[in-house]
Design a protein around this ligand. Structure first.
Ligand code: NAP
Length: 344
């Protein structure tokens, strides 16, 4: 397979997570003309806590748009170029797994989160018929959306959520490799992330909704989001308040629903699937980014502080590793689901 946008924050995570993958082998790395022609070791300013694998360092970076040998493409491309490039490669026959916003809300593209909506892959046939060709695009959500959608999925499923308010505290790796300077973020909180609130307010509705066979039907919950950039490196923390459609839930029942939640990746024992997608933490000062973001190799969401809310029904705190479960790890899990379903 190939990684598009391999030099960036998400691209580096792909290279790291794919090093010893049992099913997929990294064969090509692709980035902009600034990086093309260089070795990956030279082009990527590697910033992860593990060493850059030697085989990846030796690959020559290819320029976006050129012919590729791989049929499976993981995309961590900047959204300014992702839309067109991903469509072009899918038309040429590739399976494109995208982290970018461009195609997430397309009427024929699954916004896949396999613990919640594995059946949305049925839309792929519709996409192929509509767009022609053997290739297709599957997306995963915005990084904060991923944590939010997983944390609320068992609650939405059992009782239905009517209204929800979420405030995020998002790590700097979420802003991309060159995102925020030290001068902007140290000793500071930035109460604005461009486009983020709109994504968090719309994407969970598609993820938690259903594929009718013809189109996606959104889940009816209403969401209000406020987003902040804070000085952590990895891990988006969020505080969530919500009201339920059905009366009668208590905190113990909600906690039990969170703890017992599992989906298709667990049933199929996919290689990147966490044993438990949601970990409920007892301690009253958890989850915390530095302590909890790497739970189950960064593939689980941590939830804590579930308690009654004086305005809505309940409130709680959730944490997601933004570049693993919120991006590269999520795409790899999507690819594993597609492989297990015979769609690669
Ligand atoms: P990033 O660090 O800025 O990396 C962007 C990548 O795109 C780099 O490899 C860059 O290559 C490439 N690129 C930029 N302009 C290009 C061009 N004109 N032609 C070809 N390649 C180009 O961004 P990121 O944080 O990894 O995010 C990548 C995508 O994932 C974005 O759409 C973002 O919204 C999404 N996402 C990010 C996160 C996160 O936590 N960071 C989470 C979920 C989704 P060069 O190095 O050669 O410039």
């Amino acid at each position: 397979m190939a990684v598009l946008g391999a030099t960036g924050s998400v691209g580096q995570r792909f290279v790291q997570l794919l090093e010893n993958h049992p099913w997929f082998r990294l064969h090509e790395v692709v980035a902009s003309e600034r990086s093309a022609g260089k070795s990956y070791g030279e082009a990527a300013d590697w910033r992860l806590e593990t060493l850059l694998p030697d085989f990846a360092a030796a690959l020559t970076v290819k320029e976006l748009g050129g012919e590729l040998e791989s049929r499976l493409l993981f995309s961590g491309l900047d959204s300014s170029v992702a839309g067109e490039a991903e469509e072009t490669y899918a038309k040429r026959g590739a399976v494109v797994l995208s982290n970018s916003k461009n195609h997430r809300m397309d009427a024929d593209v699954p916004l896949l989160l396999p613990e919640i909506n594995a059946e949305h892959i049925a839309a792929i046939e519709h996409q192929r018929r509509r767009r022609g060709g053997h290739g297709y695009i599957v997306t995963n959500s915005n990084c904060s959306t991923m944590g939010l959608a997983l944390a609320i999925a068992p609650i939405e499923k059992q009782w239905g959520i009517d209204q929800l308010h979420v405030t995020t505290m998002q790590a700097i790796s979420g802003a991309g490799y060159a995102g925020v300077s030290a001068y902007q973020i140290l000793d500071n909180v930035i109460p604005y992330i461009s486009g983020e609130e709109e994504k968090i307010e719309s994407e969970p509705r598609k993820i938690l909704g259903r594929w009718t066979g013809e189109r996606f039907e959104d889940a009816p919950l209403r969401i209000s989001a406020q987003t902040n950039r804070v000085a952590t490196i990895d891990g988006h923390l969020m505080t969530i308040s919500f009201s339920l459609r059905q009366r009668g839930a208590d905190a113990a029942a909600i906690r039990a629903a969170l703890e017992s939640f599992e989906g298709e990746p667990q049933r199929l024992a996919l290689p990147s699937a966490p044993l438990r997608p949601i970990h409920y933490l007892e301690e009253q000062d958890r989850p915390q980014p530095r302590l909890d973001r790497d739970r189950e190799r960064g593939m689980s969401v941590s939830v804590g502080r579930l308690r009654p809310c004086p305005l809505l029904d309940f409130r709680m705190v959730a944490l997601v590793h933004n570049t693993i479960r919120g991006a590269a790890g999520a795409s790899i899990l999507n690819a594993e689901l597609l492989e297990a379903k015979g769609m690669l």
